[in-house]
Ligand binder design. Sequence first.
Ligand code: ATP
Ligand code: MG
Length: 693
Amino acid sequence: MQFIAIHPAVTRLRGKGITMANDMEWLRECNPAQKKAVTHGDGPLLVVAGAGTGKTRTLAYRVAYLISRGVSPDRILLLTFTRRAAEEMLKRASSATAASGADVRKVWGGTFHATANRLLRMYAKPVGLSPDFTIMDQGDAEDLINVVRHEKGFGKSDRRFPRKRTCLAIYSRRVNGTEDLPAVLKRYFPWCEEWHDELKDLFKEYVDRKQRHNVLDYDDLLLYWYYLVQNEELGKSIEDRFDHILVDEYQDTNRIQAGILRGIRQKNRNIMVVGDDAQSIYSFRSATVRNMLDFPRQFDGATIVALEQNYRSVQSILTTTNLLISQAAERYTKDLWSNRPEGQRPRLITCTDEDSQNDTVIAAVLEHYEQGIPLRKQAVLFRASYHSNSLELALARKNIPFHKYGGLRFLEAAHIKDLVNLLRILENPQDQIAWFRVTQLLDGVGPATAAAAFTHIAENGFNPASIARFHAPPAARDGFRRLGGLMEDLTSGYNKPSVEIETICRFYLPLLKANYENPDARARDVTHLTELSNRYKSRRAFLTDLALDPPRSTGDLAGPPSKDDDWLVLSTIHSAKGCEWDSVYLICASDGCLPSDMATGSQEEIEEELRLAYVSMTRARDFLYVLWPMRYYHGRSRMGDAHTYSQLSRFFTDDVAATMDTTAEPADTLDSSDTPSGISDTGIASRIRDMWE
Ligand code: ATP
Ligand code: MG
């Protein structure tokens, strides 16, 4: 076995007579297949394995192993799906390598996007970027597309041009996949095919605009990295930085990401990827499970390791999830088994309506809490963020703290965007979208004045303070003067981001009151942003982290969670990837919610929804509850609101349900008191059945 470098700490330890075997006592915690992967020598390695079989743990131990064998931490690249995942893995690796004295924090750990950001700033010049580029999040990118769309007059036609969000989705599909625009339109957006020429024109201008204004969207981060490594010399230079590359959740990478990896593993072929095809749930972002299946072909001579023992769940949960996923048409990973005791059978609970679903979840959460399972080891999972709306209110009423993952992100809130855009102007005064947003906050400013103001800025060498001299319409003059004064203050010397935000707040808080409802709650978010910025010395680092790893909503309804260090987890299934909890509650398991009625167009989409159900249920260690309400209310309160009836998700076939304990609420809890007497059968049941004929 050959390794590239011997870490000095290892030589030191050897000198002191400490043996390798003692160093790696933790290897005993791995089963033989895991050990094979952890101690693999040089060359490509693929671990294909089901949920909870220890893939992530094996990756973390491999990092530890490599370091213990002398690989320098800063020559390891660990790519994960979230920053949190990388941090957790490195913590594990750190305790395993404590004896070596190596600094595991030096490992390049994080998401593809964060790594791209780091590399692109280093290689900005040859890439043709300025190193102070700013990153647009999804909302900003949509806004920029919208600006261009309006400028080109596409919104004005009598036929309906695709909305900004659809335009961006089409663009993203095109750049992340292998299909050209006509093929993307035909396959994913057939109702937009007639707009091919206009869309092409729109995207050309969108790209041009981003480049002129020194901004990158999320896709650009990967694209620029991809093209960077296509250049032989630059690709080699990046390849040479890393002795080993490790990738988690490989089933959810797209073609561009696989291309990047191939580009930086030309000579040095030390790459390990792990994944589970049954858990691929990001095809809407052009992720393709083919990356994983094609890995042995793309990396010739790859060693393949399969893991089948699940360490996470009790056997009764696995029995249900194995059966559930066996409905998938194509599957490569095998059924899982566990050494853990049989455990409580998963429960499938039919509820009258959402209120009763909320009550049932809360009662079960509290019961487990009383039994000693803290709230944060329990999670409520759902397909779409809004599925938890009424539960959030119910939790707030009962004073149960919660954190919600994957909902409306903190950064997407309009008032936070305003503040962040003010900072972005300082970082990159060419950022047109930031200027548009900020100037339109001022009294009497609409899109036309905002556009004229930006032209003025451009004509004045992008000097932010020059906005004070913009010849604005009379109603807006005072606003522009104050904005100019703020820019003058902010650009007159270096300040920490937190000081900048405080200065900005003096200007912004009156605007917040004038522009938004509920200003007090929003002002609290502003305080939260200021607190966050305290951790940063540089504005650039702060803005980059906000764009790439934004904080989640503070869960206003339940009060600040910091008051209590225990909280219930609420999460979309997509954001629950890779995680585990003692007790899991999958809510809204009805057809239309899971599978989502937005995704029942094709067999492929339904298969992905099935995998989503599988991912959610395999997060559970000891207790799994699947709940579905028979009735959904459409409005805020149930009083006098219309409602619809639903059916249990099609994924819970009779066979699957037979592995679970099924409970329906007793008939007498159903709300029948207000049924007009004398009407016995309106044929509703048969109409509901007819929907599925
Ligand atoms: P997923 O597919 O959901 O991402 P995974 O394959 O990455 O799951 P891990 O999260 O690494 O699985 O591990 C699942 C659980 O099993 C963790 O709690 C982990 O600590 C535990 N585990 C893994 N391997 C072993 C082992 N050999 N002995 C004991 N526990 C283990
Ligand atoms: Mg994992």
